[in-house]
Design a binder for this molecule. Structure first.
Ligand code: TXA
Ligand code: MG
Length: 354
């Protein structure tokens, strides 16, 4: 199959709608990452998404909508908190897990009776949904396990020959996938994102529980509250190690480990202090810039042939929690904490089988 890339615009939107109505899969831009979209009501179309990505069938998809009417058609028992959050954060990078009416195709929910749903903040994606009248199931448009795509060229690298059309709307401004919040039972953060737990708490006026897998691997034998937590994710081909500590410690630690095809994944301005080549993913202390640059940097390091990556860890507060969560998974949970002189204090690496 030939994969075409069209600039976002009226012509591209019309073509995307034709293909989606015919049960095809189309890559669409969103504010978080590019999505691999199909008609959420059409089981055959949704199965094509799983096939194109090589995604395990037990990992459910997020359904994308353009109106609250669409939400009411697809979800039931919608709590007040969902309405409050939708009012503040939609369109935007927040996915709500609600009770499903069972109207979406069975594969969307992968056997669950809940539905992950969000309204994306991208005019092209919204226009496609509005004009087609179709809710769109869309996971990130990468091959399963690879870093999520924040540019059309990333989608093409993974999906060339697998889907007919990619709509190119430039770089995704947020850069990490949406926050996933379950509102079935106690409000629980299943995946951190650009909308933070603190911001959610402020709107709903109560504490949000954080699923254990947000900051660590899922415990063996425990059911996954969000099936996506089970899988290795966002990973470059290189072996990555997440390094916690200041710049001087990082420089000392990596100096001893510099070798061919060993790279640093670091903050702007760090390169001058390092004895190994560095790829920047954002500015120190600026989590939004780190989120926007992370996946693109991981893909760039793959293209450079990196075999090992030492990555400077972001601060874990606010949006930084989302960045940390993605980096920990990209590193297969390998991480090391340095003291001021650059000596490892504790290493939580191979113990997780990474
Ligand atoms: O920003 C995003 O969310 C992007 C763009 C394209 O919208 N999409 C995305 O989809 O990241 P995906 O499939 O890569 O990740 C969806 C995550 C998975 O971890 C999945 O397990 C979880 O959401 N999820 C979806 N439906 C769920 C449900 N009913 N219950 C619990 N978790 C759910
Ligand atoms: Mg994904």
């Amino acid at each position: 199959m030939e994969t075409r890339v069209l600039p976002a615009g009226d012509e591209a939107i019309v073509e995307a709608i034709q293909l989606l109505r015919a049960g095809e899969v189309v890559a669409l831009p969103t504010e978080t990452v590019y999505g691999l979209a199909a008609n959420a009501l059409d089981e055959d179309a949704v199965r094509r998404i799983f096939a194109a990505k090589g995604r395990p069938g037990d990992n459910p998809l997020i359904t994308h909508i353009a109106s609250l009417d669409m939400l009411r058609e697809l979800a039931t028992d919608i709590p007040k908190q969902a309405r409050q959050l939708a009012k503040v954060f939609w369109p935007g990078p927040l996915t709500l897990v609600l009770k499903s009416r069972g109207k979406v195709a069975p594969s969307v929910g992968a056997g669950l009776d809940t539905l992950g749903v969000r309204m994306p903040a991208n005019e092209t994606a919204l226009e496609v949904i509005r004009r087609s009248g179709l809710p769109l199931a869309a996971p990130s448009a990468n091959l399963s396990g690879s870093p999520s795509p924040t540019k059309a060229k990333h989608v093409l690298a993974d999906m060339n020959g697998r889907i007919p059309l990619i709509l190119d709307d430039g770089a995704s401004p947020v850069g990490v996938e949406s926050t996933v919040l379950s509102l079935v039972g106690e409000p629980t953060l299943l995946r951190p994102g650009f909308v933070t737990a603190e911001e959610i708490e402020e709107v709903i006026g109560r504490k949000v529980a954080v699923a254990g897998a947000v900051l660590g691997p899922l415990e063996q034998g425990r059911p996954a509250p969000s099936p996506g937590m089970k899988y290795s994710h966002y990973a470059p081909r290189a072996k990555m190690i997440l390094v916690e500590g200041g710049l001087a410690a990082f420089a000392a630690y990596t100096k001893e480990r510099a070798a061919e095809d060993v790279w640093a994944l670091c903050f702007e301005g760090d390169e001058d202090s390092l004895e190994l080549p560095g790829r920047v993913y954002g500015r120190v202390g600026d989590a939004a810039s780190q989120a926007a640059g992370l996946f693109s940097a991981l893909r760039a390091l793959d293209r450079k042939g990196a075999v090992k990556i030492y990555a400077r860890a972001p601060a874990r507060e606010g949006v930084g929690l989302a960045v940390y969560n993605r980096m920990l998974r990209a590193a297969g949970f390998r991480r090391v904490h340095l003291d001021e002189s650059g000596r490892p204090e504790d290493t939580c690496s191979e113990q997780f089988g990474g």
